[in-house]
Design a protein around this ligand. Sequence first.
Ligand code: DX5
Ligand code: ZN
Length: 224
Amino acid sequence: MIELAPSILSADFARLGEQVNRAAEGGGTVIHVDVMDGHFVPNITLGPQLVRSLRKATKLPLDCHLMIEDPDLYIPAFADAGADWMSVHYEACRHLDRTLNLVKNHGLQVGVVINPATPVGMLSEVLDIVDYVLVMSVNPGYGGQKFIPNSLRKVRELAQMREQRGLDFAIEIDGGVGMENIADVARAGVDWVVAGSSVFHAPDPAQAVREMQRAAEEALSVKV
Ligand code: DX5
Ligand code: ZN
């Protein structure tokens, strides 16, 4: 079973509540919230205040993807604003173990993210701490970029490590996923798919989510 996480990065921020609810009606089960600081990534997006407003607009869990330097400084504010899940980048954390535990200690589901150029092996020592691993399938910073095919190999490798070690973290993929590649993504073994422009740039976000979900399920049923 694959869950779809619509990413609000590509939504119309002036109509955010309405757009998020449309995506939820289509079957989105978690709202992906991209936090960018203009340092770790070359773009600036949103802060805890917006998360607080979103919290009131939807009942779905909020998956905050922190693309920021010094995440320890901001984790308490995002947790307080109503984040449910929170992921931090391997590349942004000098003391990754400490940062992951900080998120956990705030009672949130914790995820670790790797950029396209980071091998999955770098996560070996934290796989037993996290609830999910987010594999970036584009370089973080913008929506609407082209999917990097090598990411699927990384997903398969992670799924293998999970099995070998008897762990149960979920695998999430983020960037460049749409109708044209959702079947391949599903077959690689991801649990959660983040989708921004393919959902919110579609004429109807609800229908876009529905179609992607159906394509993923079909791909998995063919495999068996
Ligand atoms: C990119 C963000 C993504 C972004 C994906 O840095 O982390 O969550 O919204 O957008 P699409 O689905 O358009 O590639
Ligand atoms: Zn993201």
